[in-house]
Design a protein around this ligand. Structure first.
Ligand SMILES: [Mn+2]
Length: 334
């Protein structure tokens, strides 16, 4: 579903915007927020780019992130949510919504709840950054090098640096164009995103990997991080986002899970899938969502109980006919 025309009009007509993204922002959330914010600013508009928890350290290398604030400094005429699947995950101060300004929802999650007054949701896009790139081009907002780096980072991180199944020819040529036209450095961006981890985050990964187990005859791999483990290392939760990818790197594993106990009553579960399984549907069973290959949910239980809820459900799923249906539809989508 798309409200592209209306959104282009909103971007052209107004002067004051507040932009937000999802909680625990990743490279696509920060990159698309920054690209659109800078594009509007270049056009002489007032923009507040708001990330209440601050920009994760990994993405602070992006020029322009220093303009991102933790609260909104202006009264918006338009509110824009980026890379955000539902209203609950959109972190903006309540005062922003109290203005009654129209809410624009720009996203690529197949599970998007269409919470905006205007929705531009394209599940076929590899990243929200790809959608923002098109909006900027179609709206006549000239990109600059900072915007090109932000879009590249958005697209690169959401495709696992051009490894995942959402790596389309379109995404590769978009990225190639950003490199050729704006002189950005893919190697530097990859280094910033992957090779600037803290010592503690790597030691925590070691502890988490020690919990790695297989289930369902080797088709599921899972690992868990208790609150005690998190407390033992001073690592922000978002720095553990990529840990889950180790689970599906194991030969024969179809579904990878990472359970994170964020408080004694709540466990965040990250889901990954390698090929046939649409994990956004499985995560939806537990009130979550996301993409076919990467999804998430939160279970109101301590980590051991969350594991006991999810694993039997998955075991049943993998041994039932339901799996074939999902596999067929997934092939069509890809
Ligand atoms: Mn995304």
């Amino acid at each position: 579903m798309t409200g592209r025309e209306e959104i282009l009009q909103l971007l052209a007509e107004y002067d004051r915007y507040v932009l937000g993204c999802h909680v625990h922002p990743d490279g696509d959330a920060i990159g698309s927020l920054l690209a659109l914010g800078l594009g509007l600013e270049n056009a002489g508009k007032e923009v507040a780019m708001v990330v209440p928890g601050g920009v994760p350290a990994t993405y602070r290398f992006l020029e322009g992130t220093e303009k991102i604030t933790t609260t909104a400094s202006l009264t918006p005429e338009v509110i824009i949510a980026l890379d955000c699947a539902d209203r609950e995950r959109l972190l903006l101060p309540e005062a922003v919504f109290a203005t009654g300004a129209p809410l624009v929802n720009i996203d690529h999650h197949i599970s998007n709840s269409m919470f905006g007054d205007f929705n531009h949701v394209l599940p076929e896009a590899a990243a929200t950054g790809e959608i923002v790139y098109d909006l900027l081009a179609d709206g006549g907002f000239a990109p600059d090098k900072r915007i090109a780096e932000a879009i590249y980072t958005a697209v690169a991180t959401d495709t696992g640096f051009f490894r995942y199944s959402n790596t389309s020819g379109r995404v590769l040529s978009l990225a190639a164009g950003l490199v050729a036209d704006y002189g950005i450095s893919p190697s530097r961006i990859a280094e910033e995103v992957y090779e600037e981890r803290s010592y503690d985050s790597l030691r925590l990964l070691g502890e988490v990997l020690a919990t790695l187990r297989l289930a369902a005859g080797g088709r599921i791999a899972w690992m868990a991080m208790s609150q005690e483990l998190m407390a033992a290392y001073s690592v922000p939760l978002e720095e553990t986002e990529n840990f889950v990818n180790h689970t599906i790197s194991i030969s024969g594993v179809e579904i990878g899970l990472f359970f994170k106990e964020i408080n004694p009553e709540e466990t965040k579960v990250s889901w990954r899938s390698k090929s046939a399984v649409d994990v956004s549907r499985l995560a939806a069973h537990f009130g979550g969502g996301g993409h076919a290959r990467a999804a998430g949910c939160t279970i109101k239980a301590p980590v051991t109980q969350a594991v006991e809820q999810v694993l039997p459900f998955l075991h049943d799923y993998l041994t039932s006919a339901g799996q074939e249906n999902t596999a067929g539809e997934e092939k069509e989508r890809a």
